[in-house]
Write a new protein. Structure first.
Length: 107
C-alpha cells in the first residue's frame, strides 16, 4: 500500500470530488473537463449515463486535485450557465453502497 503524495510541509494532497448537476444531456466529459480546468488540475471527469438507455442522466462528478481548486471551482461554476443550463455544483457526498441482492439476509 502506498502513501498519498505530499503537497509540501507535511500536508497531504487529496483529490476533492464535486457533484455537477443540471447538465445538458449533450454535455461530454471532455467539455466538462475543459470547463473545470480553468480552476485548476482536473483529476477526473465522469458523466453518469442510464444503464438501459445509454442516455445521460444530467449529472456527473469532477475531481479537482486540491481542496483550494475545488473551492474555486464551486464558486466559479455553481449557478453558471453552461450549454444552456444553469449548473448546480457542490461537494459530492459519498453514498454508501447498497448491499448485494442476496437471499435470506432480510430477516
Amino acid at each position: 500500500m502506498s502513501a498519498p503524495a505530499k503537497a509540501g510541509k507535511g500536508i497531504f494532497s487529496m483529490a476533492k470530488k464535486l457533484y455537477v448537476g443540471n447538465l445538458s444531456y449533450n454535455t461530454t466529459e471532455d467539455g466538462l473537463r475543459n470547463l473545470f480546468s480553468g480552476f485548476g488540475s482536473v483529476a477526473s471527469a465522469k458523466i453518469i449515463f442510464d444503464r438501459e438507455t445509454g442516455n445521460s442522466k444530467g449529472f456527473g462528478f469532477i475531481e479537482m486535485s486540491t481542496e483550494e481548486e475545488a473551492t474555486s471551482a464551486i464558486s466559479g461554476t455553481n449557478g453558471h450557465e453552461f450549454e444552456g443550463r444553469q449548473l448546480r455544483v457542490n461537494e459530492a457526498i459519498d453514498k454508501p453502497r447498497r448491499g448485494g441482492g442476496g437471499y435470506g439476509n432480510n430477516w
